[in-house]
Design a protein around this ligand. Structure first.
Ligand SMILES: Nc1nc2c(c(=O)[nH]1)N[C@H]1C(S)=C(S)[C@@H](COP(=O)(O)O)O[C@H]1N2
Ligand SMILES: [Mo]
Length: 530
């Protein structure tokens, strides 16, 4: 065997590694279409990476990549895989079997990740990675064979010699095999993608068929003056397309509403129920405006939105199931919602049953829930951060206790209970804006869900707190817009806002990080007036 450094064989071996990796992923994609899209190795490893990321890093990633964090993660995994594939290819040139075995080993990692995901359907989830890795390993073994003397066909070697000087490898054989492998992999991968997409089409069709019934209780008509229209200010109702999205799902679950079922069971449930989507549509529906906020939202951050939700009162369903809140002697103080993608979200039973509009929501701003926001059914509970209240793609509700069970984020050092903190945000002017001296509109939103916002004040530099004009309140569960015309003078200025909620609490200036129960502090914007 020749030393590794011999000319072109080295980069060709690396290329073989890449092709083997590509083939493995393509075959895995195709096999995953017969299992479920989430069982593919990249998604499974990505999901495992998300779940085992330290909370601080995850919080950082959410903030810095926003909703793109998942794309970044997938690209990162693909980048690492490509590097590993290059290395395995080079290794295989020297140790052909070992290189191929290396590909199998990575398949095993993918298989283990896939079959240990919380939403795993069992050993079938291991198939895409295993079959894919077997294909990749076989291909690598074959391609390296063309590069290794003695392994190529005699004619191939002879042709190589005849056409281009001394050569001890099967050039034509390699080119043919490599090209065929690349084409076949691309075709296989595409077919897998297409089948995976087709699998989601049933769910898409089921959503298209949903007609939201008339509601028994409409949202309060907006009082006059509830909406301000200052340029640059967040709209009072956040359109679905602009609504923030925070979840751990690498692939948005496509749940078919016609086969969706949800169970309510557990401690203190005397009459367990199983609900279909039809059942929900046939029940009394209410429509409510509720502002949702993420615990990962930094002071001044974007992870807050206000929507008009339609759903059934969760408390009614619980009562029918025989559930009593702890204050009335019920044995369960925690309601754990489970989603189709294995998320668990724990909510205080007391909060859900204390008369607030805790919803099992099916509609958002006049349409069925978008897939990204939990179609067909999600929870929405006014006053609590999303991670302790707003389970999307919910499929199971279990009554238990906080002592007996820690939900997903609690296991990762977030707080068990997390009411939304009183916060306010300056939407305009933007940081580093350069408005002209004269009247400048300062405007933004303030929220203290389920308590209500009573006052918003703005301060310029170290000046006095000046009350802002508050838009009329929709409900205590919604945010309020505010604005303040300001006679801006030239120079650099710091604008700061603070809200006061109905319990009299002034938004604190004490800065705390998002972990464990939400950021606190006041939002400031530094601008330069010309
Ligand atoms: N299944 C599932 N539900 C979930 C989450 C999730 O990761 N998976 N994230 C929660 C968090 S942290 C928040 S803030 C809200 C966000 O809801 P949205 O994406 O519709 O804005 O969903 C909650 N429900
Ligand atoms: Mo969140």
């Amino acid at each position: 065997m020749k030393p590794l450094s011999s000319g072109i064989r080295l980069p060709l071996a690396a290329l073989s590694g890449l092709l083997a990796g590509f083939a493995a992923l393509a075959v895995a994609e195709l096999v995953s279409a017969t299992v479920r899209p989430e069982s593919g190795p990249v998604i499974a490893v990505g999901g495992a990476a998300i779940d085992s990321t330290p909370p601080a890093v995850k919080d950082w990633a959410i903030r810095h990549f926003g909703t793109h964090d998942k794309l970044v993660l997938q690209l990162g995994i693909l980048g690492v895989l490509a590097l590993l594939a290059l290395v395995l290819g080079v290794l295989a040139l020297r140790f052909r079997r070992t290189g191929a075995a290396g590909v199998l080993l990575f398949g095993l990692v993918g298989a283990l990740a896939a079959s240990s995901r919380p939403d795993s359907v069992g050993s079938a989830d291991a198939m895409p990675s295993m079959v894919g890795a077997a294909a990749g390993a076989g291909l690598l073994y074959l391609l390296i064979g063309r590069l290794t003397p003695g392994a190529g066909t005699a004619t191939g070697a002879a042709e190589g010699e005849a056409s281009g000087g001394p050569q001890d490898w099967d050039r034509r054989g390699f080119v043919v095999a490599a090209t065929a492998a690349a084409v076949a992999s691309a075709g296989t991968g595409l077919l897998g993608r297409t089948l995976n997409n087709a699998n989601g089409r049933g769910a898409v069709a089921s959503r298209g068929k949903v007609k939201l019934p008339a509601v028994a209780s409409s949202a309060r008509p907006l009082p006059p003056g509830a909406m301000l229209h200052t340029p640059g200010l967040s709209p009072f109702i956040t359109p679905n397309s602009d609504f923030y999205r925070v979840d751990t799902a690498l692939v948005v679950p496509k749940v078919n509403a016609t086969t969706w079922r949800m169970k309510i069971h557990g401690k203190g449930v005397s009459r367990p129920v199983t609900l279909t989507f039809e059942d929900l549509l046939g029940r009394e529906l209410i429509e409510r405006d509720i502002t949702l906020t993420c615990v990962s939202n930094e002071v001044g951050g974007p992870y807050v939105g206000n929507a008009r939700w339609i759903g059934v009162r969760l408390a009614d369903l619980l009562k029918e199931a025989g559930v009593r809140p702890p204050s009335r002697g019920g044995p369960a103080d925690q309601l754990v919602a489970r989603s189709v993608d294995g998320m668990t979200i724990g909510t205080p039973v007391e909060d859900v049953m204390d008369g607030r509009d805790a919803l099992l929501a099916i509609g958002m701003n006049g349409e069925p829930l978008p897939f990204a926001h939990g179609f067909p059914v999600r929870m929405v509970v006014p006053g609590l951060y999303g991670y302790v209240s707003a389970c999307k793609w919910v499929r199971d509700i279990e009554l238990t206790t906080f002592d007996a069970y820690d939900a997903y984020w609690v296991k990762r050092s977030w707080a068990r209970k997390a009411p939304v903190k009183t916060e306010s945000r300056i939407d305009t002017p933007k940081p580093s804006a350069r408005p002209k001296a004269g009247t400048v509109m300062i405007a933004g939103v303030a929220w203290a869900q389920h308590r209500g916002v009573d006052r918003v004040e703005v301060r310029v530099d170290e000046g006095p707190w000046v009350p802002a004009d508050l838009a009329a309140e929709d409900t205590a569960d919604t945010w309020r817009q505010w604005s303040l015309p300001w006679k801006a003078t030239a120079g650099e200025h710091t604008l700061t806002v603070r809200a006061t909620d109905r319990s009299g609490q002034v938004q604190t200036d004490r800065r705390t990080p998002t972990i464990p129960d939400g950021a606190s502090g006041r939002h400031s914007v530094v601008i330069d007036v010309d």
